[in-house]
Design a binder for this molecule. Sequence first.
Ligand SMILES: [Mg+2]
Length: 96
Amino acid sequence: MTIDDYAAWAASTAKGTQPPTHERLSYLGLGLAGEAGEVAEHIKKLLRDGTLDQAAMAEELGDVVYYWACLCAALGRKPSEVLAASKAKVERRLGP
Ligand SMILES: [Mg+2]
């Protein structure tokens, strides 16, 4: 499965309109932030307890990708293109 296939599947799991409503974008953005917070919680517990539940953290990373993919779809962007643009941006910052 490619990231674009995944995003198409993720978008199919919810009722979205084009263009997306402000409510829909807000819901997805808050979902993304919430899942990122769950990842951060695992890192906090690593600092506090010295242990990391890698499987649980990986599951949260999947949740992050779900909302990210849905946001890409809501914006009409192919995830592969968003990733390529991100790679190019980082490479520009890193320089030759
Ligand atoms: Mg989660």
